[in-house]
Design a protein around this ligand. Structure first.
Ligand code: FAD
Length: 408
């Protein structure tokens, strides 16, 4: 049994802590704001197993210039933040090549292969089965060209992972989702998607499991001491000695990593959403509006509409006009959505330029481990990440595709 300090109680840190505790370790989870609503609390709830395409694909770059012209569109950059974002943006553009695309797909495929089984094992460990369900996913397309592009991607995913799909005309899509109206060309249905009942519920499940059976401390970690004795130091001066430290602090991991003398490219792709809790109708499955970069997911207790990408510094003030823009667009397809009400939220996806997470050891200190940079897939990959970190703790082999050394 080892003493393990995990920094960050978002979904990644909480999953890592839960898995390590189940493996018999003495776990202390530390978060600056354990009762807060981090990115992990308000995401779209999807276990997006078929999503293995990197964001910086050659195809996406062709669409970017058009999107950037719309400040409320699917992808925007806070122009005043560009100097700070520049190294990340340059690496992002450089990774939009066919060779990178191939590499990232192979790496994500290896994670997706066990991601669902790992979620199921995690639910057993946390004593919370029943929060997962196979929901399927319907992507809705404005044009035949956009539908054909998604079909090509679905064919690649089918080859890589075996997930089925069906292309539907407008009428068949409306039969599947009776709320769908408006102008669209067709849809593509993928049964391989799963969902959690509500991401906040799952996060709190893991946290309360750790709070009661191990330790969940409130405190901001200022640095990691790497002497003969490894320790995590908090802002109030408290020192937590450990045999291993896992850095799982979302985008803020970069500060801790830099203090350890390493370089990492990690920025926030912010996303916005609105959740309606008192509707008298429910979508039968999650919908994605492929030409507009947002999704609508039926949570167990509401409907959540959101997504899109805003590249900005973590501390830049939120622009909730983006949440409203997605609600307005959604009403074109689902007029039943109310014009007023709902709770708006903004989250910060901790993103690497090549869309691969960091799940690795410190190259010079095997006691320090990294689990961050999960971008759009943090919920999806939380359990498989936890299993991989447990393997590293147990002395297992490195995972070269997910190593921090790819930034050095
Ligand atoms: C709109 C939107 C929709 C999304 N939809 C999906 C989806 O459907 N499926 C999916 O898989 N992913 C989705 N994501 C992505 C997913 O939410 C993220 O990848 C994931 O939440 C990242 O989790 P995390 O634990 O790494 O980070 P976070 O949730 O940001 O947690 C990090 C934690 O670290 C703590 N912390 C930071 N610094 C310190 C410090 N120095 N000391 C102590 N604690 C610290 C913070 O307080 C925080 O609690 C979505 C994201 C957004 C924004």
């Amino acid at each position: 049994m080892s003493r393990i300090a995990v920094i960050g109680a978002g979904i990644v840190g909480s999953a890592v802590g839960t898995w390590l505790m189940g493996a018999g370790h003495d776990v202390t989870l530390i978060d600056a704001d354990p009762d807060g609503l981090p990115t992990s609390s308000g995401n779209a709830a999807l276990i997006a197993l078929p999503e293995i395409a990197p964001l910086a694909s050659p195809g996406l770059l062709a669409a970017v210039p058009g999107w950037l012209l719309d400040p409320l569109g699917p992808l925007t950059v806070r122009w005043t933040d560009v100097p700070a974002l520049l190294p990340w943006l340059l690496a992002f553009l450089a990774s939009a090549t066919p060779a990178h695309d191939h590499h990232v797909r192979a790496a994500l495929r290896s994670l997706m292969k066990t991601a669902l089984a790992d979620h199921q094992a995690m639910a057993t460990r946390a004593g919370t089965p029943g929060r997962l369900r196979q929901s399927g996913y319907l992507s809705v397309h404005d044009s035949a060209a956009s539908l054909a592009a998604t079909q090509r991607e679905a064919e690649r995913v089918q080859k890589a992972l075996g997930f089925d799909f069906t292309v539907l005309d407008k009428g068949a899509a409306q039969q599947m989702v009776p709320q769908l109206e408006g102008r669209f060309a067709g849809a593509l249905h993928q049964p391989g998607y799963w969902m959690v009942s509500n991401p906040l519920t799952v996060l709190r499940d893991y946290q309360s499991h750790l709070r009661h059976k191990a330790r969940l401390l409130a405190g901001r970690v200022t640095h990691i001491e790497q002497g003969d004795d490894l320790a995590v130091v908090l802002a109030d001066g408290a020192r937590i000695a450990a045999d291993f430290v896992v850095v799982a602090a979302g985008v803020w991991s970069r500060t801790l990593v830099r203090q350890l003398g390493l370089r990492v490219l990690l920025e926030t792709e912010r996303g916005y959403n609105t959740t309606f809790n008192a509707l008298d109708w429910a979508l039968p499955m999650p919908l994605g509006f492929a030409d507009h970069g947002f999704v609508a997911t039926p949570l167990v207790d509401g409907l959540r509409i959101g997504g899109a990408v805003e590249l900005a510094k973590p501390e830049t003030p939120a622009n909730y006009a983006r949440a409203k823009a997605m609600r307005d667009k959604m009403r074109r397809y689902v007029p039943a959505l109310p014009e007023e009400g709902g709770v708006e939220w903004m989250g910060r996806r901790p993103s690497t330029p090549d869309s691969l997470p960091v799940i690795s050891r410190h190259p010079a200190d095997r006691r320090v481990l990294f689990a961050f940079g999960h971008g759009h897939l943090g919920l999806t990959l939380s359990a498989v990440t936890a299993r991989m970190i447990a393997s590293l703790v147990a002395g297992g082999p490195d995972f070269p595709d997910f190593s921090i050394t790819r930034f050095q």
